[in-house]
Design a binder for this molecule. Structure first.
Ligand code: DAH
Length: 339
């Protein structure tokens, strides 16, 4: 019996099959009810009691090995089903999925286009900035919480270099190199040390606007804001200004628009107030003008800043901010018609 098992084992180790039919024949030869291994299993009861243990385990091993070998050969056939003749070289290729413009880009362009009609031109600045352009020149006090490690990404070993937390830094860059009249709009990406969730991300996009000239007043700001809100959200849109605080503007305000979902009647989106906040604004603080080499006794100006994600949400009701950075083509395609 032991010899027989050994011989069969060697035989099985060397089996080869050219195709599935041959393999099936081998399976029948060894493993079917009348196969050679099954025959040995039947003879097992005649094995002497003291040999049963050894023979039994060798027999089981042989059976498992054979089954494994046949399965492996079978898989080999399944994976090489296609021969060269099966490949149709004339068939057209799968189309490459084309991307679409990103909703943030679409809305960014829309905002810039509206301000362009008021004479604003685009200005850009670096995302890796220094403390002066992001904070100090803009009148942030030494101990202002925005400078805190909790809010700002600093470059390791050099707290003077950081990722800009707002596009207001571009104001300083432009004012340092140009004299009024200045009329710029600054779109760009900004970074904050936020835990990522459906309502916050560690990077997002802002648009900043700045107008400096002689005799610029709060009335000019209000006029520009109303024009923007109506162009962006529809002519029936109303605006409301609430007093606020920013280090770089005095006075400062936040602007709400009448809720564009319920038209101001009150709904869950506007928390039944009829209003939604969309931007911060104000008259440029004279300290900021002086910091940047512009004479605050001669010139005045207004500034405003808004988050592009927020405006995009108001237009398209995207509930989860993370979708903007996941590049899921199914999400992006929904904005095709807005292109
Ligand atoms: N920089 C502000 C922020 O990131 C937004 C802002 C508010 C910009 C008021 C302005 C402004 O120009 O006047 O939250």
């Amino acid at each position: 019996m032991l010899d027989k098992i050994k011989t069969l084992r060697q035989e099985v180790e060397n089996i080869k099959a050219a195709n599935a039919d041959e393999l099936e024949a081998l399976r029948i030869k060894y493993l079917s009810k009348k196969g050679e291994i099954s025959a040995l299993m039947n003879d097992f009861r005649h094995v002497a009691a003291e040999q049963k243990r050894e023979v039994g385990s060798l027999l089981n091993e042989l059976k498992d090995y054979t089954q494994g070998k046949i399965n492996a050969l079978k898989e080999g056939f399944e994976n090489t089903q296609t021969s060269d003749e099966d490949i149709d070289l004339t068939r057209s290729a799968y189309p490459i999925e084309l991307g679409t413009r990103h909703p943030i880009s679409i809305v960014k362009k829309e905002i810039c286009d509206i301000f362009a009609t008021l004479g604003f031109s685009i200005a850009e600045g670096p995302e890796i900035e220094d403390d002066w352009h992001v904070f100090t020149s803009l009148n942030f006090a030494e101990d202002h919480p925005a400078r805190d490690m909790q809010d700002t990404f600093f470059i390791q070993h050099n707290p003077d270099i950081l990722l800009r937390t707002h596009t207001s830094s571009v104001q300083t860059r432009v004012m340092e190199r140009e004299q009024p009249p200045i009329r710029i709009i600054c779109p760009g990406r900004v970074y904050r040390n936020e835990a990522i969730s459906y309502r916050a991300h560690c990077f997002f996009h802002q648009v900043e606007a700045l107008y400096i000239n002689k005799d610029v007043s709060f009335a000019d700001l209000k006029q520009a804001l109303l024009f923007f809100a109506k162009e962006m959200f529809g002519q029936e849109t109303k605006i409301r200004l609430r007093p606020s605080y920013f280090p770089f503007t005095e006075p400062s305000a936040e602007m709400d628009i009448s809720c564009n979902l319920c038209g101001g009647k009150g709904c869950p989106f506007c928390k039944h107030t009829g209003w939604v906040e969309i931007l911060g604004c104000g008259m440029v603080d004279p300290n900021v003008l002086d910091n940047c080499g512009i004479d605050s006794k001669v010139y005045s100006g207004y500034a405003l800043g808004m988050g592009i994600e927020r405006i995009t949400n108001l237009k398209y009701q995207v509930k989860d901010l993370r979708m903007f950075s996941e590049n899921d083509i199914r999400f992006l395609r929904q904005f095709e018609s807005a292109n």
